[in-house]
Design a protein around this ligand. Structure first.
Ligand SMILES: C[S@@+](CC[C@H](N)C(=O)[O-])C[C@H]1O[C@@H](n2cnc3c(N)ncnc32)[C@H](O)[C@@H]1O
Length: 232
């Protein structure tokens, strides 16, 4: 396993001790989150475009975290921190309510088999977590190469009372100003369509009280083991 020593890398004990906004040189800035940053191309481009925003990039795999740390350092950026953590765990356990201005999920694992669909990250159960973590007016961006995943999320839109769709249609296939991640580039190079969804949390929406995630919902980390390890 890669041992990450980069100062850009944020370990969970430090996140808990100091609180996530406080680990940035300018903690008062807005905070954006990229879930599943992979090799970091997307977050590095976005952070270059928006130096006035802090970006937290997370991935459950060390390799992606390490690459994202290296790209951040190579680009000389001070507004990115990278954490190895699981999205639902971060959103419910590590981040205060209403602490994020935007959340990005690009090309998440599509789980194409019908019997595995429940493992998809962006599903009905995910939206209460977004509602909890986003500030009122905070934005959610989702891109998938997989048409069936886009349809599944699009079908949920009319039921999401706390969010407004920012597009004229459930999803768009043309979204020119959005930075391109490694996977997005791969699919574009193959001539495939990407599907883009952009929602905004309503200004009068409350944070709600999302249920703690459970391991039965396709978590890739062993939730019980992790909790047990923390107990004295
Ligand atoms: C298909 S890759 C896409 C990577 C990148 N977003 C891109 O577009 O190039 C999906 C990434 O999400 C990460 N991932 C999957 N489930 C996750 C979760 N529950 N929490 C955090 N990261 C997750 C994977 O480790 C992987 O790096």
């Amino acid at each position: 396993m890669i041992h990450i020593t980069s100062p850009v890398f944020l370990r969970e004990p430090a996140a808990i001790q100091y609180g996530i906004p406080a680990v940035f040189p300018q903690p008062e800035r807005p905070l954006h989150l990229e879930i599943g940053c992979g090799t970091g191309d997307f977050v590095v481009e976005l952070a270059q475009r928006s130096p006035e925003i802090n970006f937290l990039a997370i991935d459950i795999f060390n390799k992606g975290c390490s690459k994202t740390c290296n790209k951040t350092t190579a680009a000389g950026l001070e507004n990115i921190r990278v954490m190895r953590t699981e999205a639902r765990y971060l959103l419910t356990r590590l981040l205060p309510a209403e602490s994020l201005d935007a959340i990005y999920v690009n090309c998440p694992d599509p789980w194409p088999k019908k019997r595995h669909r429940y493992r998809r990250l962006v599903n009905r159960d995910f939206f209460p977590l977004l509602q909890h973590a986003l500030i009122p007016g905070g934005e959610f961006f989702f891109v998938t190469d997989f048409g069936d995943y886009a349809e599944q999320v699009a079908e949920l839109l009319p039921t999401l009372n706390e969010f407004d769709n920012q597009l004229d249609s459930p999803y768009a296939t043309d979204f020119p100003d959005y930075p391109v991640s490694k996977y997005m580039k791969r699919f574009l190079d193959l001539g495939q369509n990407l599907h883009y969804i952009h929602l905004q949390k309503k200004l009068d929406a409350l944070p709600g009280d999302p249920p703690a995630p459970t391991s039965s919902r396709g978590f890739r980390i062993n939730w019980e083991e992790r909790e047990a390890a923390k107990s004295p």
